[in-house]
Design a protein around this ligand. Structure first.
Ligand code: 26M
Length: 822
């Protein structure tokens, strides 16, 4: 046991004391929520010592630091994870048991901090965990949204959004740091001044501004006493700091600034892979970027005089284009506040900034109208104009007479600011998030940039943290793995999982492995019973698709196939069919109408099938409400089959696929994103692969698509399910409810091609993969082996591996060790 604070008796006393001082109660009288608070404060106290020690060590060693700039951090609950990383989970569980408290119940009191949408935000959270665990100095930089990702309710089969007031009971783990506040300015105009030496100065006037107040959130490394910081910014009106502005008659200004401050951090935009172009979103971006960069520079200057050395100690990683104004903000500070010349400032900036691309979806490429951008950020816009002017000059020099290139590559074009172009031009590294994705960037989407600056491009295949997604999500399997490997090393070195291959032919071990899966399925079945009121049989195959709802992820393909299976069972009641439970979980962006229609369809199909007693429970469909990190942990552990069925080329990586694999669920999917690398690791025989390849999809797209009627006319099974969208089968006789989905599959609509995502095209091949999976499952021994093989081969997909690659190839951070005796 590494932390003396978890001396059981001391810890128990701390908890009792906290209940008293916080709530004036005895433990026996406290509510579960109050106990959660009391336990969390006791844990925080232990964290604080390590947090201080870590910062002291950093002060001493002065390691290079990465600032991971992200609009989103989808952390999930902290309590259980912190206990695991402090290697105190079991001791605390026991201590609480002795007090008559169940740790699981306490953990369930914690609201999920959901400051992110999906993949991109969860990746950021996994990266922070790995950075701390590997001993690298890092800050996560983001926004402390008052309301995180909305809560999803399903009412009458429809998604209804409710606000996520995650801070309503306070947040035991965070620390407000007003002494590090920074002012951020918006709007106004830029006045040019010349001083006596003839030097030019740019002065912003008539601006509005807000105070950015940091809240620090501890990121606990596994078993190494390192505690890094996630710094998320709240906004407050400046008037709170200058109480006299009311006296000066600035009443209106005061109210305006209150509003600006309140609005900026009010809510996370619930879009995923789609850009809305709202002014408030740009305000959010500049707000946290400016505050974070200012803070980083202040910290650097306190220790180092010479700003030109910044790249030796600091690197800014931009999580997608959302924080790309960082490059212009850094330039602004270097030019206007540090008084450097352009070339020197540019040299520093281009050695400090790096960019990760997460998508090739056209509607997700971030572009801002110039009029909006220049009005809100006048000085930043001037700087971007100059960056663009110099870059275009360079393009013309390299490709004389080729104005096509300029048009395709410029940062400012067609009245827009193209954020990806800015990020690539100013960044020293551009990376994709899986091999296939990076190849598509290099050869298609960003081809011109790759040709001009190939040295910037590199791949960093995503990963996940095994601490949360195996140890915490699946303690039974985690203990089994430790026992079989005879070591806990896999917790910080996931490549050790390959040692499990020795057990692939051991019948007893396979049986144990499948018993654990069964217990996890019982646990999920209980959750489904409680939350959906649906009975599912843990002996049935749990086939799971959980992820954001998006057409390219093709939840529609999945549910159409369920409709097809149902038709089959009804037509041929005697046919051999292994009972199946299809599990869905997905939030649709609030304004994404078609995504919401798909949710309604899934729920309608569930209703019809689950209530049809004639099929003897062979088929069940469950839509899990409010899919989020906390219930994801239960779901991954309980899955038999992992549905990863995006249209090839569209899913940059996927990370859910890795979580399923780690927990022993084979992939049923397309050759897309990181699925390709999963198949490389586990072998094609231990996955169920189907559908068009990325090349084939891109080829069709470049030739105007394909004609879905060729399939509809020639395949009666497919025609039947498509027609069932408009014959009222799943809509109580209403023939119009799913007309839009029907049309999207068959008919061109304005700019959108019929069946843009190749659902009908891939349907047969998908149904075939489904059939193969069912056949494989029937052979219990073979299945167990296949499932274990997946767990045994997941080593590559640790975020620890990913982060080590970022460190080696991009960030070049120094490794830090905390000396336990100090
Ligand atoms: C943009 C503008 C306004 C509001 C929101 C956005 C926005 C927010 C999140 C756009 C995209 C966002 O996320 C994209 C995302 O999650 N991409 C996923 O990133 C994962 C991590 O790399 C990959 O595994 C997924 O394949 C990729 O879809």
């Amino acid at each position: 046991m590494y932390n003396p604070r978890f001396e059981k008796d001391v810890f128990k006393r701390d908890v009792r004391n906290n209940v008293k001082t916080l709530f004036r109660k005895e433990v026996e009288e406290a509510t579960p929520q109050q106990l959660f608070q009391a336990v969390s404060y006791a844990v925080k106290e232990a964290i604080i010592d390590d947090w201080l020690a870590t910062q002291k060590q950093y002060e001493k060693d002065d390691p290079k630091t990465v600032y991971y700039m992200s609009m989103e951090f989808l952390l999930g609950r902290a309590l259980g994870n912190n206990l695991i990383n402090m290697t105190a989970y079991k001791e605390v569980k026991e201590a609480l048991e002795e007090m008559g408290i169940d740790l699981n119940v306490i953990e369930d009191q914690e609201p999920d901090p959901a400051l992110g949408n999906g993949g991109l935000g969860r990746l950021a959270a996994c990266f922070l965990d790995s950075l701390a665990t590997l001993g690298y100095a890092s800050y996560g930089c983001g926004i402390r949204y008052r309301y995180g990702m909305f809560k999803q309710k399903i009412r009458d089969g429809y998604q209804v959004e409710a606000p996520d007031n995650w801070l309503k009971d306070g947040n035991p783990f965070e620390l407000r740091r007003p002494e590090y506040a920074k002012e951020v300015r918006f709007g106004g105009n830029i006045r040019v001044e010349y001083d006596e030496t003839g030097k030019t100065h740019f002065v912003q006037e008539n601006y509005e501004s807000v105070m950015a107040i940091p809240y620090d959130y501890p990121i606990v490394g596994y078993g190494n006493h390192i505690v890094n910081t996630l710094r998320i910014w709240d906004a407050e009106a400046i008037v709170d700091f200058q109480l006299d502005s009311f006296d000066r008659g600035d009443y209106h200004k005061a109210v305006e600034q209150e509003n600006l401050a309140k609005n900026i951090v009010e809510v996370l935009y619930p879009n995923d892979n789609h850009i809305a172009g709202k002014e408030l979103r740009l305000k959010q971006q500049y707000f946290f970027v400016s505050a974070s960069i200012q803070a980083a520079i202040t910290k650097f200057k306190k220790k180092h005089g010479d700003i030109s050395k910044l790249p030796e100690k600091v690197t800014f990683q931009m999580n997608d284009t959302h924080p790309t104004v960082a490059v212009a903000e850094l330039m602004r500070i270097l030019l206007d506040e540090e008084n450097l010349g352009w070339n020197e400032a540019w040299d520093i900036t281009t050695k400090c900034c790096a960019y990760t691309n997460h998508t090739i979806m056209a509607e997700a490429l971030e572009k801002w109208p110039i009029d909006l951008f220049s009005r809100l950020l006048p000085r930043i816009y001037q700087i971007i104009q100059e960056i663009d002017r110099r870059f275009v000059e360079q393009v013309r020099a390299q490709y004389p007479g080729n104005e096509e290139k300029v048009k395709k590559m410029a940062i400012l074009m067609d009245g827009q600011v193209k954020m990806a172009h800015l990020a690539i031009v100013a960044g020293y590294s551009v990376n994709g998030v899986a091999k296939l994705h990076t190849e598509i960037l290099k050869n298609q989407e960003l081809k011109d940039f790759y040709q001009m600056m190939p040295e910037k491009f590199n791949n960093k295949t995503n990963g996940i943290t095994q601490r949360r997604f195996l140890m915490h999500a699946n303690p039974l399997l985690a203990d089994w793995v430790t026992e079989k490997l005879g070591t806990k090393e896999w917790i910080t070195d996931l490549s050790k999982m390959s040692g499990l291959k020795e057990w692939l032919d051991d019948e007893e071990a396979l049986k144990e492995f499948m018993t654990i899966k069964f217990k996890n399925k019982e646990r999920l079945a209980a959750y489904i019973k409680e939350h959906n009121g649906v009975e599912v049989d843990p002996r049935s195959i749990f086939d799971v698709q959980v992820k954001r709802l998006h057409e390219y992820k093709r939840q529609l393909l999945n549910i159409l196939h369920v409709m097809y299976l149902y038709n089959q069972i009804k037509d041929h009641p005697e046919m051999s069919f292994y009972p199946k439970t299809y599990v869905f979980g997905a939030k649709a962006s609030a304004g994404y109408i078609r995504a919401k229609e798909i949710i309604k369809l899934i729920n309608s199909v569930a209703d019809v099938i689950n209530n049809d007693r004639s099929i003897n429970g062979k088929l069940k469909v469950v839509f899990i409400e409010d899919y989020r990190v906390s219930n994801a942990e239960l779901i991954f552990a309980a899955a038999d089959i992992s549905e990863q069925i995006s249209t090839a080329s569209k899913e940059a990586s996927g990370t859910g696929n890795m979580k399923f694999m780690m927990n022993g669920a084979p992939t049923l999917g397309t050759m897309d994103g990181a699925n390709v690398e999963i198949v490389d690791e586990v072998g094609i025989d231990n996955a169920f692969i189907f559908g068009l390849s990325a090349d084939e999809v891109i080829n069709y797209e470049q030739n105007g698509g394909y004609n879905p009627y060729d399939i509809y006319n020639n395949d009666p099974d497919i025609r039947r399910v498509v027609d069932q969208l408009v014959d009222g089968t799943y809509a109580n006789g209403d023939k119009e409810m799913y007309r839009d989905l029907y049309n999207s599959l068959l008919n061109n609509q304005g700019g959108a091609r019929a069946d843009m995502y190749f659902i009908l095209k891939d349907f047969r091949s998908y149904a075939d993969a489904q059939a193969r999976a069912m056949e494989a499952y029937k052979d219990t021994d073979k299945w167990a082996k296949m499932a274990l093989k997946n767990t045994a081969c997941c080593g590559k997909f640790s975020a620890d591996r990913t982060i080590q690659e970022y460190v080696d190839d991009i960030w070049h951070l120094d490794h830090v060790v905390i000396n336990e005796d100090e």
